[in-house]
Structures are given as C-alpha cells and as structure tokens.
Design a protein around this ligand. Structure first.
Ligand SMILES: *[C@@H]1O[C@H](CO)[C@@H](O)[C@H](O)[C@H]1NC(C)=O
Ligand SMILES: *[C@@H]1O[C@H](CO)[C@@H](O)[C@H](O)[C@H]1NC(C)=O
Ligand SMILES: *[C@@H]1O[C@H](CO)[C@@H](O)[C@H](O)[C@H]1NC(C)=O
Ligand SMILES: *[C@@H]1O[C@H](CO)[C@@H](O)[C@H](O)[C@H]1NC(C)=O
Ligand SMILES: CC(=O)N[C@H]1CO[C@H](CO)[C@@H](O)[C@@H]1O
Length: 615
C-alpha cells in the first residue's frame, strides 16, 4: 500500500508541471468570490470530454467534502458552487461562490487531469464586519458617574480590539483611569449564526462642565476593516441640579474608602518585608474581591516574597473547558485548554516583594471559571489557582400595585419584581410595618431569560383595612450580588390619596443655546402617583403643540413615578427674551405648578452664543 502511494506521488510530481499553486483570499459575508483555477495555459482548447476535474474543500473542522466533479459532464454539484462550462474551453475551471457565508470558510482545491495533473489551492477566509453602535446622545451631571456602551455585533473572526478615546477641543487621548474613566469589554459571545458579538462599557466620573463639550469615541479594530473604525458621541455635562439623590456621591465615597483600605493593607504588607536566604519564594493564594460583578473590571492578585524581580517570571492563565466553545466539536470530551492572559497582568515590585495583578472583566458566562497564576523561579513552577464566581445585581427591583391608588375595603395586589440577576438562588420575604411577616405569598420563577440571567416575581394580595392606610409593605430581596448586608429592601407605602409631583426647574441643553441651532428645554417631574400627569408648554402665553416630547412615567423603587418633559426648539433672533412656561397638572396637587424659562439674548460678537450664566 505504502509503495502505491509513493508511486502516485512521483507520477503526480512528474506530470504536474504547474502543480501546487496556492492562493489566499479574504471575503466578506454576503459577497461573491471566484476561486482561481487556470490550467495548462500552453495548449489551447482542450476537448471538454478529455477533461476530468474536481473541486473539494476542507473546512475549519478538517472535514473534507467534494463540491464539484466533472468528467466530460457535471457529476456532482453542491448548491451554490458554479463553474462556467464555457470557460473550461478557455482552460478556466475557476469556481464561483455567491453570497458567501461563514460556513464557506476553508481550503479549496481544484484538481485537474488533462491528462497533465494541475492542482491549485485557495485558502478562503470569510470575514463578517461588525455593526457598531453607540447611543446617539449622552448627557451626564457633574459629579456623577455615567456609563456609555458600545455594542459591537455580528463579527467574525472572534479577535477584536476596542479602544475608547476622549476628545476635548483639539486634545485627543485614550481613555484611562488617570482621565476619570474605566473601560470594561466583554469576552465576545458567539451568536447562533456563528458570528460574535460583544459590548464595551466606559464609565466616566468626575467630569466637569466644560464649554464645547466632550466627544467620546469608540474605536474598533477588526480583521474585516481596512482601517480602524471609529464612532463617537458628544457628551453634554450639566451642572448638578438640586435633586436629592446622591447615589453617585455614595459610590465616590465608597471607592475612596476602599482605596484607602487597599493602600493601608499594602503599606502593612511592606512592613512585613524582610530579606531571607534562597528558599523558594512565598507565593500567596490568589486574592479577589468578595463579590465580582459582571461587566465590572476586577483584579486577581497574587503576592510573591523572597525573590528578586530578575529571577521571577509570572504567567496568568484562564482555563477553558469544552463548554466554552459554542461550536459543537467532534471531540466533546475535550481536555481543559488554558489561554495565556498574561498580557492583562502587571507586576509591581518593591525589592523582593512583588504583587502581580490580573485585571479581568467578566460576564456571567465566566461564572466558575478557573484562573491560574504560575510563578516561575529557577526552573521551578509555583502554581496558584482560583475559581471566580460572577454575580449580576438585579437590573430591576420594584413593587407595582393593582390598583395604582389603593381603596379601603377593596382588594390590593402588590407584586415585587426582581429581574435580570445571576446566579439563580434568591429569597424574597414580605413584611408589613417593619416586622410582621406576611405569609400568603405567591412566587413566580425564578425563570431564566436572556443572557443567562434570571427573574422572579412575588405577589401578595390583601383586602385593605382602614388601619392599613399608612402601612408600609417591604419586599426584602436576599441575593449574593448584594454587598454587605446581602439583601435589599423594596418599599411600598400605602397611600390612598396619591402623591403630588415635585417639579424641578426648567433647564436648557446645551446650557448656552446658539442662534439657529437646536436646543432642548427640559423639566424633571418626580415622585408622583398615580402616573397620569398633564404637562403643557407655552411660549409668551401661547400654547405650544409641536417639539414636545414626554418620557413615559417610570416607576421608582419608592413606588412613585418620575418623568421628563422636553421641548425642542431652534431659536432665532425673534425668540430672544421669550418666556417659556411649563404647567404641570396632577390629581394629587392642591393647585397646578408652573415653571418659567426666559431665553437669553444672543451675544452676536461672541459666536452667537446666548449665555446668562457666568461660567
Ligand atoms: C475565469 O472564469 C471566471 C469566472 O468563472 C472569471 O471571473 C475569470 O475572469 C476567468 N479568468 C480568466 C483568466 O479568463
Ligand atoms: C444571502 O444569503 C442569506 C442567508 O443565507 C439570505 O438571507 C440572503 O437573502 C442572500 N442574499 C442574496 C442576495 O441572495
Ligand atoms: C448574525 O447574528 C447577529 C446577532 O444575532 C447579527 O447582528 C448579524 O447581523 C448576523 N450576521 C449574519 C451574517 O447573519
Ligand atoms: C515564607 O513563609 C514562611 C511562613 O510564613 C516563613 O517562615 C518564611 O521565612 C517565608 N519565606 C520567605 C522567603 O519569605
Ligand atoms: C483627554 C485627556 O484628558 N487625556 C489625558 C489623559 O491622561 C494622560 C496622562 O495623564 C494625558 O496625557 C492625556 O492628555
């Protein structure tokens, strides 16, 4: 058998004067492509009947299939592959593929016996260009945090790099922690159609109100692009309003506190540092945050003592199981594969004390993934391993009631909705007036939804007694994603009267409107119930009918509604000094509330800017 193969090979080599031509070709999904096969161009016009050839393809999974055979006539022809038979007479057996899909990727071989053997091979790479989207508009309040998402969908191959840039006037720089921003990019997730999608989030904080605005740029590098692709959004930074909420302040305070804590811990460890003789270095277990939230960058840390930096080499690995590969693999019992992720790690050294930090950004799909830190020292490997547990806080946590305004002696249904959390384990407890437990509870779920997240609803129903009129019902949600106490309370205040809205002041975006350029006036209306509210805009006493947009009232965690009302306008010179009024009418008010805004005069010498504010 062996000798037969050998002879065949020799024969092929003797005949195949032009054998083994190799090409490489990249094509985008949906395009057409022609794979070249031009045989024996010295002799013209072969007899079609004297011609035998085949086209075969070896795909990504090393499966070979024959897509076209011909010996005087077509024998086999898989749909979608075309060879122009007239072209054959011109020594052209090129294969045409229409509307290429990811499945078409592979190594294509054309093998012709005329009787001279001719082999021509094309490696076809199929690329899918991502669609990249950023929000159209973005605004944030000075002193608060703002996250922007860049969604990148439908690309192939998986490798893709996302970078964020921040542009202020003419200065342009990559976003980094020194510029008050954090970036978190997901590992790409495979879609059903074989392409990948990912999301990158930039979180901005401590931004200051500035003239001219800030542009936030999401930059994507992918094999399917000829050059780097960029898309951007303008960020408007507003001065803080008098809103009572200060969640952002809380976040800032906690991060400052944790920073202090980290600093003092590492200062403490420095004191422990000593010189010792050359025993293998001490390598700590891998340290990690007590709770790792999905989509938030987090550090895995390992400290090494008792070796110089030159003697050490540190590598980090992410361990993957076959479960990570969405493409069904023939060898399903695949061994653990490790991916070297040392690129995302840093090593800080202080004498013989070293800290290696791997920064990761995980999704719930990474839950229970193992990470390994390998310290190499004088030919020895010291290995530490950890398993990460990824949590996602519920994105929605509210009590809704039916009816919206409870009535004495009538049925009242309260539904506590906790949506999009991970992992599945969750406990809900109802209580009345801080203590009395409510036992007749119906739970729905947890049911699983998109992206591996879970949701649960919990319902109680009661006939409202007169003494219930000022009662507070609490739905306490216990979930491992909540730090510290391990639970969060959602409150429902029974209120048979309804709550009138708090009406803020009218604000303008941009802060200084420009002549003949669109701007928006907006009003924030908060904490009202029931949700019906009427908002009327007037200009110099005349009711306005167009340019008004009201956001649908959204339910807050306190059971009350909030909304924004916008008025879009393009001011011209006649509009200077006009008075805009917004009137808010709600059933729980004693009388309607009005807010006024006077359009300032344009300063024609200063870029037609109108600014009544002294910046
Ligand atoms: C060979 O045929 C293909 C179409 O089947 C055509 O696109 C190509 O130009 C031809 N090549 C030559 C050299 O004639
Ligand atoms: C290309 O193929 C896709 C999916 O196979 C199909 O939806 C689309 O209509 C095709 N386009 C053309 C131009 O044939
Ligand atoms: C594949 O699916 C993704 C998301 O489901 C979509 O964005 C993309 O356009 C699809 N691509 C193709 C080639 O069908
Ligand atoms: C490693 O730790 C052990 C126990 O804490 C200690 O006795 C030893 O001296 C340490 N070695 C080095 C090189 O720091
Ligand atoms: C946009 C911006 O402020 N970029 C700055 C980010 O930080 C680096 C280093 O401190 C500066 O060089 C950039 O100008």
């Amino acid at each position: 058998m062996g000798s037969v193969i050998q002879i065949l090979v020799i024969v092929l080599q003797c005949w195949g004067s032009s054998a083994d031509i190799r090409w490489e070709h990249s094509v985008l999904v949906g395009e057409d492509v022609t794979l070249r096969c031009l045989f024996d161009s010295h002799t013209k016009l072969v007899e079609k009947s004297a011609l035998t050839f085949e086209w075969n393809v070896v795909d990504k999974h090393a499966r070979k299939s024959i897509v076209y055979t011909f010996d005087g006539r077509v024998h086999e022809n898989t749909d979608g592959y075309v060879v122009d038979e007239l072209g054959l007479l011109g020594n052209n057996a090129s294969l045409q593929l229409h509307n290429v899909t990811l499945r078409d990727e592979g190594l294509y071989t054309c093998r012709i016996i005329t009787p001279v053997v001719h082999i021509e091979t094309t490696s076809l790479e199929v690329l899918a260009q991502p669609s990249v989207s950023l929000p159209e508009k973005a605004a944030m309040t000075e002193g608060e945090e703002k996250s922007l998402q860049c969604d990148i969908a439908g690309f192939y191959p998986k490798e893709l790099a996302v970078k964020w840039l921040i542009q202020r006037g003419s200065s342009l720089a990559f976003a980094d922690v020194r510029n008050h921003s954090r970036v978190c990019t997901q590992t790409p997730i495979q879609n059903q159609n074989g392409t990948y999608s990912t999301r990158s989030t930039i979180t901005l904080h401590s931004f200051k109100v500035e003239d001219g605005g800030v542009r936030i740029i999401c930059q994507v590098d992918h094999r399917s692009y000829k050059r780097t692709y960029s898309t951007s959004v303008t960020l408007a930074v507003h001065a803080p309003s008098q809103l009572p909420y200060s969640a952002a302040t809380l976040v800032v305070v906690t991060s400052v506190l944790s920073l202090l804590l980290v600093t003092s811990v590492s200062a403490g460890s420095l004191l422990l540092f000593r010189h010792f003789c050359k025993a293998p270095p001490n390598v700590s277990q891998i340290g990690q945050a007590s709770i790792i939230h999905a989509q938030v960058t987090t550090d895995l840390t390992c400290t090494i003592q008792g070796a110089t930096e030159q003697e050490l080499q540190v590598k980090w690995f992410k361990l993957m199981t076959s479960a990570d590969s969405v493409v069904p693999s023939e060898s399903a019992d695949f061994l653990l594969v490790s991916e070297d992720v040392s690129e995302s790690a840093t090593l800080h050294s202080d004498g013989e004390h070293h800290t290696t930090v791997l920064t990761v950004c995980l999704t719930v799909f990474d839950d229970l993934r193992k990470y390994r830190c390998v310290v190499m020292w004088r030919g020895e490997s010291i290995i530490r391993e950890t398993t990460v547990k990824v949590k996602e806080k519920p994105s929605f946590l509210q009590i809704s009631s039916i009816p919206q305004i409870p009535k004495v002696e009538k049925l009242l249904v309260l539904c506590c909705r906790v949506e999009n959390f991970y992992p599945q384990d969750i406990t809900l407890e109802w209580s009345r007036n801080d203590g009395e437990q409510v036992y007749t509870v119906t739970n729905f779920g947890p049911f699983s939804g998109q992206n591996r997240l879970y949701s649960v609803w919990s319902k109680i129903q009661l006939v409202m007694a007169r003494e219930d009129e000022r009662a507070v019902y609490t739905c306490r949600v216990y979930h491992s994603s909540f730090p510290d106490r391990g639970y969060e309370d959602v409150l429902y205040h029974i209120n048979t009267q309804g709550s009138p809205p708090s009406v803020m002041f009218i604000e303008c975006e941009p802060l200084c409107p420009l002549l003949n350029e669109e701007c928006s006036l907006y009003l924030c209306i908060t904490d009202f119930c029931p949700e019906d509210v009427s908002v009327i805009w007037t200009k110099d006493g005349e009711k306005l009918l167009s340019g008004i947009f009201n956001t649908p009232p959204s339910l807050n965690m306190n059971g009350l509604y909030s909304m924004f009302s916008f008025l879009k306008l393009t001011p011209n010179l006649d509009d200077q000094g006009s008075e805009f009024t917004c009137r808010v009418v709600h059933s729980a008010q004693k009388e309607p509330e009005e807010r006024h805004f006077t359009l300032p005069h344009f300063d024609l010498t200063n870029g037609h800017r109108a600014c009544s504010y002294s910046a």
